[in-house]
Write a protein that binds this ligand. Structure first.
Ligand SMILES: [Zn+2]
Length: 407
């Protein structure tokens, strides 16, 4: 007799999809891989590179040695080998690989995301919710078709719907029967429940999992870590005008290198201008929640010497904790990188706090109690697995399980 179950999942200090999946897929803490978000500063604090399994250079549970499928899994790229891959929308123009699958439904209609940002639907909530539900339903149809059609060695399905709906509707939408969209949500949940059971029942063992790695809590404020680090004397921000100019110059040189031509001078007219740092900065946060020392061994314009790393980490942690506590932010979780390797790709500190959202845009206070999103990510999610007694999973135990299933 086999049975399937939903287990709790704990992400610790990590609350972004990429960071959590970096640990699940690699079996290494983020200190080892450097994966803490959508992108990371590789050689310059002012130039972020979008992360994937190959840019972080880790070995993942998805290799060409095993027949596997990855649906909506961050960091994993398409492969010419034995993988069936359905995009999570982060870095490839392809939606499905191999392309032959696109000849038929349900893969033909697969879309990683119904829109590039939930902000697009801010004033058209109903339309946005329906689009999200439809995209996720299609994803589950693909997952059912794949999971029940082969004897997979590893199969992973990531659900995005709860994250998207929390962003659009706030944290209590699942319980609120008065919402116009409630019947649509209810009908989707019934469909999803049956679909998830089918997918898990088809697995030969705990080789197929369905995951929603984090959840949402009410957001009470948002913070710009760079402004806080500026107050403490660690960060020197470039003035917005100069930052915009630097962004445009970088965009032009990227275009020149790639040989493309573009008439528009403004690279990203709809994207907020993010913080740009002066050379004299000691510690800055180009990635939400992550603080990097401006290390000589790592960054082109680095100024922090190797022997200073250890002491500076402690000092920044202590000063920042005091400042945040004095601003009424409690329940902080702050992790210091236990290693002092000067060329490590990882941040030196990683921070999260209940109800606190991070941003690194110009033009708002360091801690904003008035303008903030409805919700922010929390580090608890769920994982659906077959035949497993363990009740609470974390990133590394889930990796052990997936790797163990390959032996
Ligand atoms: Zn989100």
């Amino acid at each position: 007799m086999t049975k399937s179950g939903i287990h709790q999942f704990q992400g610790g200090v990590l609350t972004s999809a990429q960071a959590l999946w970096g640990e699940i897929l690699s079996g290494q803490r983020f200190w080892e891989t450097g994966c803490v978000g959508y992108a990371f500063p590789k050689t310059s604090l002012n130039d972020l590179e979008i992360g994937s399994q190959s840019t972080y250079q880790f070995r993942s549970v998805f290799t060409d040695n095993f027949v596997n499928f990855a649906i909506n899994v961050p960091l994993i790229e398409p492969s010419n080998g034995k993988r069936i891959w359905l995009s999570d929308g982060s870095f490839s123009s392809e939606s499905v690989a191999p392309r032959e699958l696109l000849a038929n439904e349900p893969f033909k209609s697969y879309r990683a995301r119904p829109f590039s940002s939930p902000a697009y639907y801010l004033r058209r909530t109903l339309e946005g919710v329906e689009a999200c539900l439809q995209a996720e339903k299609q994803r589950l149809l693909c997952a059912i078709e794949l999971a029940t059609g082969n004897n997979w060695q590893v199969g992973v399905v990531r659900l995005s719907i709860f994250d998207q709906l929390f962003h659009l509707l706030g944290k209590d939408f699942l319980l609120d029967e008065t919402l116009t969209i409630h019947p649509s949500v209810k009908s989707f949940l019934e469909f999803a429940n049956t679909g998830i059971q089918k997918i898990l029942a088809s697995a030969t063992n705990a080789t197929t999992c369905i995951m929603s790695a984090y959840s949402h809590a009410e957001c009470t404020r948002r913070a710009n870590l760079n402004l806080l680090l500026s107050q403490l004397g660690y960060c020197a921000l470039t003035e917005p005008k100069q930052a915009k100019l630097a962004l445009e110059l970088r965009h032009r040189s990227t275009l020149a290198l790639s040989g493309e031509r573009e008439s528009s001078i403004s690279p990203t007219p709809l994207v907020t201008l993010t913080n740009h740092f002066q050379k004299s900065s000691i510690a800055v946060s180009p990635v939400h929640g992550a603080i990097y020392l401006n290390r000589k061994g790592r960054f082109q314009e680095g100024i922090v010497e190797d022997h200073e790393i250890k002491g500076l980490k402690k000092q920044v942690a202590s000063d920042l904790t005091k400042l945040l506590n004095n601003s009424g932010i409690q329940n902080m979780r702050l992790e210091l990188n236990p290693q002092d390797r000067p060329n490590s790709q990882a941040p030196d500190l990683m921070l999260c706090a209940d109800g606190l959202d991070f941003h690194n845009a110009y033009g708002s206070p360091s801690i904003d109690h008035i303008n903030h999103p409805l919700t922010c990510h929390t580090s608890n999610g769920f994982v659906g697995l077959k035949n497993h007694p363990q009740q609470i999973f974390d990133t590394l135990s889930l990796n052990s399980l997936l790797v163990g299933s390959l032996k």
